[in-house]
Every structure is written in C-alpha cells, then in structure tokens.
Design a binder for this molecule. Structure first.
Ligand code: SF4
Length: 360
C-alpha cells in the first residue's frame, strides 16, 4: 500500500528532539506514525516529550517490535497503540509482505495487554483483497478486548506510489455495511460512532463527496520527517512551513496557512481518514460532542439494529452513482523480498524552497 519502506529516511536527518520541543502543549491528539515509529532508537524519549503535550498520544505501528513498545506501555499505559493488520494470516502477510507478520502482531498485542495498555487496537485498510475478512477481524479484536480502527485504500504523496485503487467498489462497500451492522450490535458507544465513520468510508470507496467538509490545516496537520508541516499527507502542494526553521505560531497563524486552508476548502479528493473524519464529525460549537446529524444517525440505527430491523443504507448512500471500477491489476506481493534498502541521504537544497515563505 505504500513504498516508504523502499525510500527509507536517513536517521541523521530525521526530525530531532529540539524540533519536537517546539510543538505547543495543548493538543487533543498526536499520532506518531511512519514509516515505522519503532525504528526510531529514541521512541521512548519522543513519548516522554510528547505525552505531556497532548490529551491522547497514539503510536501507529506494524507491531513487529514489541521490545520497543512494551517498555513504553509499562511506563505510559494510556498511550494509544494501533497495530496495522490487513486480514488473517495469509491475507495480512501477503498484502504487507511480512513473513509471519500476523502471528507476531497477535503476540505483540498480547504482550501489550499484559503490560497494562488501556487503549490498544488493530488498524486495517479496506481493499478488495481483505474486505471479506473485516467482520471476522472485528470479532477477533472484540474477543481480545481491543479496538478495530479502519480506513480505505487511497493514495498520498508520502506513500511514494499512486496506484492504490479499489477495484470492485460496490462489493467492498456492501461488505463495509456488514461491519457497520456488527458494530451497531455491540454495547460500545465508541463502536456505534465507528459505524458512522465507516459509513463515510463507504462514500469514499464509491467515489462520493465526504459526509462533512475536510478541515485539514485547521484541525489537523501533518509533520514530516524533515520538519515540514503540511495540511495533510495526501497533497504535497499543501505545505505550510518548516518547524526546524520557524516557530509553531509562525506556521499555524501565518499568511501561508490562510492560503492553504482556502485550498483545503476547495479540495475534491474527498479523503475520509480517521484523523480528519473524527474532527469533522464533531460539533462546531462543542468540540467534545458529536454533530446533531451524526448523533441522530447513531441513535436511530442503534435502535433499528436493537429491534431486529435493517439499517436502510440506500437512504444514506446513492449506489446508483458510483465512480467506475478501476481495472483489476494484480498487486505485487513483496512477501519474499529480502534485499536491504538503501537509506536516502537528505536531498540537497531541500529547504531552499522555504526561504521565500519564511518571514513573509
Ligand atoms: S480531502 Fe483533506 S485530507 Fe484529502 S487531500 Fe484534500 S485536504 Fe488533504
């Protein structure tokens, strides 16, 4: 799904502690993602620094390095960990190119549970190859008493590839409906709202508009390994500044940020990723509460499922208007790739493009 593993960054040029220290200390949410965060030797120190700066700190990981994660969870049981798993054994290991990856992820999850983690879960990306397994994965997570976060296959400049297509959109969307119903059947309020979040993923898969406007650049930003700040990790033209060279306020309050937010408002990519979807689902006036329309959907459909009625998806989703299926191209399996990747040095002159923006 991404070729970051083919384009590894050089540790000497990755974001340092001094740059991370410049982040303010009133975030609702920070997510340390990758590449793979556990490859950083100083991940514990990063957590020491970032955990006090946010209400929730998440590590998104492949789960293959429990020796890095377990000490963190023992020290900070409240840190949220999401382990990427793309299906059961054969499916996960083929999609992700991980030999025995599925087994290792389950072992890591078990170790994190034993270490006392209070916010643990798996994360899966819907695609043609795994969609028939997602309901089973939801039940697996439920049995282990952990969460299942979901997203849909998409492209982003940070992935170093742009051929992530859903091939049979209707089939994938219909399977997501089944997952939504299973989520509504539980007695977890979080799962009910995840049901709505997955409704948004159906729209994404079918090529429809977002359920609620994207507010990247305002509610969320993406900080890359070189300290560059973007409104999101999908479009590389949404660059807002560089945290090594500038302060947070210069970036977030600056004139360029205004221009970028205007571009976000006109963006037609219609992504529905958990970061931007979660904030978009919240009330504009009471940001800890859901929008009225979201709350209504959740209550009405929870009641329907509780009383044995069907969720009328056709009322919410226009299945007559579906972006044409992409041509099926068998995806490459990297399961047996063993060669070591060459670490990329810093691109020379990487920051020269910043100079005209800084201090404007
Ligand atoms: S919809 Fe939002 S997250 Fe997607 S590319 Fe546009 S601005 Fe970025």
């Amino acid at each position: 799904m991404c070729y970051i593993w083919k384009n590894p960054t050089h540790p000497n040029f990755e974001i340092d502690m001094a740059t991370l220290e410049k982040l303010p200390s009133n975030f609702d949410y920070l997510n340390i993602t990758g590449g793979e965060p556990t490859l950083r030797q100083d991940l514990m120190q990063i957590c020491d620094l970032l955990n006090p700066k946010t209400k929730t700190l998440e590590i998104s990981t492949n789960g293959l390095h429990p020796e890095k994660l377990v000490p963190i969870i023992k020290k900070y049981p409240n840190i949220k960990v999401r382990i990427s798993v793309e299906g059961f054994e054969a499916t996960n290991d083929t999609i992700r190119g991980e030999k025995n990856g599925f087994k290792k992820k389950l072992e890591t999850m078990q170790l994190l549970i034993e270490a006392g983690g209070t916010d643990l879960g798996f994360a899966t990306t819907f695609q043609d190859e795994n969609i028939h397994e997602v309901v089973g994965m939801f039940h697996m997570a439920k049995k282990m008493n952990v969460e299942l976060a979901t997203s849909a296959l998409h492209n982003a400049f940070q992935f170093h590839k742009n051929d992530n297509h859903i091939y049979e959109r209707r089939t994938v969307a219909k399977k997501i409906e089944e997952l939504i119903v299973e989520m509504l059947r539980t007695w977890s309020i979080k799962n009910w709202f995840r049901g709505y979040l997955n409704l948004g993923l159906i729209e994404k898969v079918l090529g429809h508009d977002r359920l609620h406007a994207c507010t990247q650049g305002t509610d969320n930003v993406f900080l890359d390994p070189w300290g560059d700040v973007y409104a999101c990790n999908v479009r590389n033209d949404l660059w807002m500044g560089n945290l090594r060279k500038q302060t947070w306020d210069e970036i977030y309050q600056g004139p360029l940020a205004k221009e970028i937010r205007a571009k976000v408002a006109g963006c037609t990519q219609n992504c529905w990723m958990v970061s931007s979807a979660k904030t978009a689902m919240r009330s504009k006036y009471h940001t800890r509460l859901p929008r009225t329309s979201v709350l209504r959907w959740v209550v009405v459909n929870k009641l329907r499922v509780m009383f044995g009625m069907a969720v009328p998806f056709e009322q919410y989703v226009d299945y007559n208007k579906v972006t044409k299926d992409a041509a099926v191209v068998k995806r490459t399996s990297y399961l047996n790739v063993t060669e070591k990747k060459v670490i990329q040095p810093e691109v020379s002159g990487r920051y020269s493009h910043l100079d005209s923006y800084i201090n404007r």
